[in-house]
Design a protein around this ligand. Structure first.
Ligand SMILES: Nc1nc2c(ncn2[C@@H]2O[C@H](COP(=O)(O)OP(=O)(O)O[C@H]3O[C@H](CO)[C@@H](O)[C@H](O)[C@@H]3O)[C@@H](O)[C@H]2O)c(=O)[nH]1
Ligand SMILES: [Mg+2]
Length: 239
């Protein structure tokens, strides 16, 4: 095992059915590649009992491998990452979804890309070189494309997937960027990568396929789209 430790921060809201498989896949991937890791589940009092499942998984895989941060209510995706970051012990941070849309098999590719380029951040991309999306209807595809198109035209950060959240960061870099980030919801992903570029950090991209969830529903609602547009305009005038 090398000197690096990888902390996965995984926000959950009603992911009871997805959690056992994603956690198994993660620990299997890390173990097979001999990578030091921990997984921090940040649960927002999911009504479906996600927390109980998380506790059982913790008993199964151990308290060093699986850590839990339970929050009193649904406080948003961006704030879950922020709270999580204060509680992890790794040298590197991986942010990812719990619903199996982000497959752990890409993590060794992220790590290799970072080792090869020496970059600060590796982002998974659905919109370049073999990346893609599977299982989304036209409306959701247009939402994602539209969100990316607007942000890349207005802010020109030079990254192909601005709204995806499957990324690997050097811990100090994410800590530094977080000090500047305002967003609490889904707009967080876009703000983080735009600020990374503004602050002069280097970003590499690895193509990923994003597969829509089988169990449960997306939490991206109309309100999130409105706050995305507000956040985008705010960044346009303030970066
Ligand atoms: N703790 C917590 N977790 C949350 C919250 N809202 C969502 N989550 C968790 O965040 C992850 C992503 O939520 P989804 O509801 O599955 O998002 P999506 O519609 O599939 O959106 C995906 O694509 C977006 C556009 O690319 C991404 O912006 C987003 O991060 C995600 O990858 C899941 O693990 C979900 O349980 C919240 O308020 N609190
Ligand atoms: Mg999802």
């Amino acid at each position: 095992m090398g000197p690096n430790k990888y902390s996965v921060i995984m926000p959950t809201y009603n992911e009871r059915e997805n959690l056992p498989l994603i956690i198994w896949l993660l620990q299997d991937t890390f173990t097979q590649h001999n990578i030091d890791f921990e997984i921090l589940i940040v649960d927002d009092s999911s009504p479906d009992g996600t927390l109980d499942v998380a506790r059982k998984l913790q008993q199964l895989y151990g308290e060093d491998a699986i850590r839990i941060h339970s929050r009193p209510g649904k406080l948003g995706l961006g704030s879950a990452y922020m709270d999580g970051l204060e509680r992890v012990s790794g040298t590197h941070i991986i942010l990812m979804d719990a619903d199996l849309s982000h497959h752990p098999k890409f993590i060794p590719q992220f790590i290799a890309a970072q080792a090869a380029s020496g970059c600060d951040v590796v982002t998974g991309t659905r919109y370049r070189g073999g990346g893609g999306v599977s299982g989304w209807d036209l409306r959701r595809k247009l939402t994602s494309r539209g969100a990316n198109f607007l942000a890349s035209e207005l802010l020109r950060p030079g990254v192909s997937d601005l709204t995806g959240s499957f990324r690997l960061y050097r811990k100090e870099v994410l800590q530094d960027v977080m000090r500047h980030v305002k967003s609490k919801g889904y707009v967080f992903q876009m703000e983080v990568i735009v600020r990374c570029k503004c602050l002069g950090y280097t970003v590499a991209e690895v193509p990923i396929t994003f597969v829509d969830r089988i169990y449960g529903v997306s939490k991206l609602g109309a309100m999130e789209i409105v706050s995305y547009l507000k956040g985008l305009l705010w960044l346009f005038f303030n970066t």
